[in-house]
Design a protein around this ligand. Structure first.
Ligand code: GRF
Length: 203
């Protein structure tokens, strides 16, 4: 399965995907990494792994449609069959999302459907939640809503800051995101309505 990864920042999830796909028996290959922000660490991680690293700066486009069309062109040029969003911080047009329907996943640092959107670690702490975590899900036009593939929970501890909680969640992100991609590449993940059915996959 030829995979394209969209990033905006540090790319620690990208690194986890790169490391996982490096296994000789892995059925997925990351063929391109695209960032909407120039100079980010994620691009360096891609280059270090010998993967094409592309910058498509959203600021150089008049609107989201033009930006998404350029991303589509780059994904097609690289032969991408499946897209992973890994800390990609731009909203995507409905047209782009529908084009990749069932073929694009995201990792989000909360236990969806709780705490969609931004600043979710601080919001979970402020809500007095005892647990948070992360969710891998298919991307649908509405943000942070699509069918859930995998989740991991972590405790929220007394004295946690957004940073300490984010670090605890990230450890789990780095475990479940590669796991979900592997299941998908092995053909074990099916969407049935609003839910995901896993065939023989164990968390
Ligand atoms: C992660 O917490 C991810 O869940 C969120 O953005 C962050 C990206 O981190 N969508 P990184 O760039 O993968 O290090």
């Amino acid at each position: 399965l030829k995979v394209g990864v969209l990033v905006s920042g540090s790319g620690s999830n990208l690194q986890a995907l790169i490391d996982s796909c490096a296994a000789p028996d892995h059925p997925a290959e990351i063929v391109t990494v695209i960032s909407n922000r120039p100079g980010v660490k994620a691009l360096e991680r891609a280059r270090n792994a010998g993967i094409e690293a592309v910058t498509i700066d959203h600021k150089t486009f008049a609107d989201r449609t033009g930006f998404d069309a350029e991303m589509q062109r780059a994904l097609d040029a690289a032969g991408v069959e499946f897209v992973c969003l890994a800390g990609f911080m731009r909203l995507l047009t409905t047209e782009f999302v529908e084009h990749w329907s069932g073929r694009m996943i995201n990792i989000h640092p909360s236990l969806l459907p709780a705490f969609k959107g931004l600043n979710v670690q601080q919001r979970a702490i402020d809500a007095g939640a005892r647990f948070s975590g992360c969710t891998v899900h298919f991307v649908t036009p509405e943000m942070d809503v699509g069918p859930i593939i995998q989740q991991a929970a972590v405790p929220i501890l007394q004295g946690d800051s957004a940073e300490s909680l984010a670090a605890r969640i990230l450890e789990q992100e780095h475990r479940i995101y590669p796991g979900s991609l592997r299941w998908i590449a092995e053909g074990r993940v099916k969407i049935e309505g609003e839910r995901v059915l896993l065939d023989g996959a164990t968390a």
